[in-house]
Design a protein around this ligand. Structure first.
Ligand SMILES: [Zn+2]
Length: 427
């Protein structure tokens, strides 16, 4: 067991072997891929290495939605665990795991959290949902067990309980959603808790981005470290990938676990983009038994980095997710993605809570409406908010003022795993 310190040649050789195994497995066990290979006259015997990946078809979210029972490669009685995808775009899709897939998932987080610097000496407070058909919570738990760390399963929410548990059990690592950590810090401030004196030295941030395109901390990440002197790590994953990309100490992109996943970054013509250019992340899972995916188009836009990392690992890194392809907004001549709106709103001090909404006007054009709750009712707020938008994206959306309770209720009701700050109401 290692934490990805192989040389580039070793990485490529291991990937080739595992990829061939996965292709042969699909050809033998996947009703869906067997059919697709036949329809598209693909002879898997001609696939010799991972570089032949481009000869194979893509799998889209729509394929997953339409054909998921056919994508299952194991017998019903071999299913060990069932989860659902987050359903950020469209209906959540069931995902099944075999016993071996659960072992693979544990190994994935063993590697991933080791990259983030978690060791057997750590006590880890897990502020993530363990149930509700959620894959990540159980993955963190199993990975931490494999590392040999002690796990404190507090679950999400409940700031008072989070702080009393930190005080009582002295965790060294905290795993949670960054926007919730801001809420925790607000709670600490209001209740006279000196966070700098707590035992937590490291935070692994899940579900939301904490970095700008140039790897500097974005407003969310910055607001955490300004108030809490911790080492901050971002991790990016999804149910479909069943694999995490986690930052090391360098914070220069999430390291790819090359034995568990193959990645591609493609343009709108399905061709690979040049290094450092933005493209859609495409993944091929390795070693998955139940629902392996071939060239799955994640819809997430990012950049790849292949230069050696200062941590000594040679694995490819995935930069911050800039947005989802389908959530692209064309607003008054500007093209943008929801994370850019959140970044602006996270910067404005008078805003207590918010969500943004995009909808079509009567001409079918994209319109943005921002719902905000301000700390104090003040006529100046409107000018401050609009000026921020003008300065950052040159255009100003409609701003609606609401009570914080109403906004938080909406933020937390859309998805049980993390607060949602963007609503796509376009037809
Ligand atoms: Zn690194």
């Amino acid at each position: 067991m290692n934490t990805s310190f192989e040389t580039e040649a070793q990485i490529n050789q291991q990937q080739d072997e595992l990829f061939l195994k996965q292709i042969q497995y699909l050809a033998a066990h996947s009703p869906y891929y067997k059919r697709i290979f036949k329809e598209q006259q693909i002879d898997v015997a001609t696939i010799a290495s991972a570089s032949d990946l481009t000869k194979l078809p893509f799998t889209s979210k729509e394929d997953l939605n339409q054909f998921y029972p056919e994508l299952l490669c194991i017998e019903e009685h071999e299913i060990a665990d069932t989860v659902v995808t987050s359903g950020t775009l469209g209906e959540p899709i069931p995902f099944h795991l075999s016993e071996k897939d659960l072992d693979r998932l544990a190994h994935n987080e063993y590697l991933s959290l080791s990259i983030a610097g978690v060791t057997s000496k750590d006590k880890v407070q897990l502020s993530a949902t363990m149930d509700k058909l959620f894959m990540a919570g159980i993955a963190y738990y199993m990975g931490l067990r494999k590392i040999g760390a002690a796990v404190i399963r507090v679950g999400p929410g409940a700031p008072e309980l989070q702080w009393s548990t930190i005080k009582r059990f002295s965790p060294t690592v905290f795993i949670g959603v960054p926007s919730f950590i801001i809420k925790l810090l607000d709670y600490a401030e209001a209740h006279g808790i000196d966070v700098a004196k707590t035992s937590v030295k490291r935070i692994v941030c899940i579900g939301e981005s904490i970095r700008n395109e140039d790897f500097t901390l974005n407003n969310l990440g910055r607001k955490i470290v300004e108030r809490w002197p911790v080492s901050l790590h971002s991790t990016y994953a999804s149910t479909e990938m069943s694999t995490a990309f986690t930052e090391c100490e360098a914070g220069k992109g999430g390291h790819q676990l090359h034995n568990l996943i193959i990645t591609e970054c493609i343009d709108e013509h399905d061709k690979p983009v040049k290094e450092g250019e933005i493209g859609e992340l495409v993944i091929t899972t390795l070693g998955v038994e139940s629902m392996p995916l071939l060239r799955f188009k994640t819809g997430d836009l990012c950049r790849f980095y292949t230069s050696p990392c200062s941590c000594g690992r040679s694995t490819k890194r995935v930069g911050p997710i800039l947005g989802r392809k389908k959530q692209m907004i064309k607003f008054k001549g500007t093209t943008l993605y929801p994370p850019a709106l959140s970044e602006i709103l996270n910067e404005i001090p008078c805003i207590k809570s918010y969500y943004t909404e995009v909808y079509h006007n009567e001409l079918g054009l994209d319109m943005i409406r921002v719902h905000v709750a301000c700390k104090e009712e003040n006529e100046e707020n409107d000018k401050i908010i609009k000026d921020h938008f003008k300065a950052k994206i040159r255009v100003t959306p409609e701003v609606v003022y609401e009570k914080v309770e109403i906004i938080d209720k909406i933020r937390n009701s859309l998805n049980f795993r993390k607060p949602v700050d963007f609503m796509d109401n376009r037809k």
